[in-house]
Design a protein around this ligand. Sequence first.
Ligand code: SF4
Length: 323
Amino acid sequence: MSAGTARPAEYSPETPILEIVAGSVRFPGAPGLALQDVSISMQRSRKWAVVGESGSGKSTLMRALLGLLPLQAGSVRWFGRDLAGIPATELRSLRSRVQPVFQDPIASFDPRFNNRRILEEPLIIHGWKDEKKRLERCAEVLEQVGLDAGALDAHPRKMSGGQRQRLAIARAMMLSPEVLIADEPTAALDLSVQGQILSLLLDLHERTGLTLVFISHDLPLVSQLCDQVAVLYAGRLVECGPASEVFFRPLHPYTRDLLDASGGPLPDASSASLPGPSPSGCPYASRCTRREDACGNWSPVLHDAGPVRVACRRVPLDFSPDL
Ligand code: SF4
């Protein structure tokens, strides 16, 4: 690029690498929105946690961020560009830079493929014709994720759960992505193996500057991993900001309740024992211990409260944690 040429927005360090702007998702036949007016901007090399109980919209947000779900309103932007405006051929190549890791790796592998074919597949799709170079890349990434080269000839069904998740992370890393979005990647693993997979993700982040988005219902786990947090309830963003604030000085009553419950299993929003979201006013009003009458008429809107954004009318607009 010659001197003085305007740099594309995606090369500006200030441009969020991944963004959802006023994003809403409705599933066909569903009465309400699965995601409602959610805006999150993620800067490069940050480690994000998206947390909330089962049914809060975490996985829907993941799929929206990956461009796998049509939005009813709003936009998703990668590297500063609205996905809706990117031609399909270009989007295909851009997908190598934003990769998912799913909770159940087996379900995301083609059952006909052995490990070598699983790892080579993204390279083949993206035009790596030289077999020797493909094998070199496989060996390099296997080493990065702590699997030995002998694993290439194995089949994922013969591996342990932890090894399979390492393989899934290896596949996601084959094309050197800049963003990794992991949906509950440790939920199906034993406690000791969970720690190993977390360490692996942190190590990859340190080595490559990867932006991590970690979707989880396990707050103690993500508090060790992430520097930014987004809290979802009933498809809405209720609190968002630095992990040091959200985990240690939570402002929204739902975030507080989640943290109080995080020593044990988090509530399941679909459970019959819990009241559902309030149909009008603040959606958390039906469960909130700080509820006031006015909450039933209040349309939730996120506002700044120090370094955090929060959607609760009882958190003062001029709130500062230092006051
Ligand atoms: S707005 Fe009212 S009901 Fe909603 S979270 Fe805040 S205090 Fe609770």
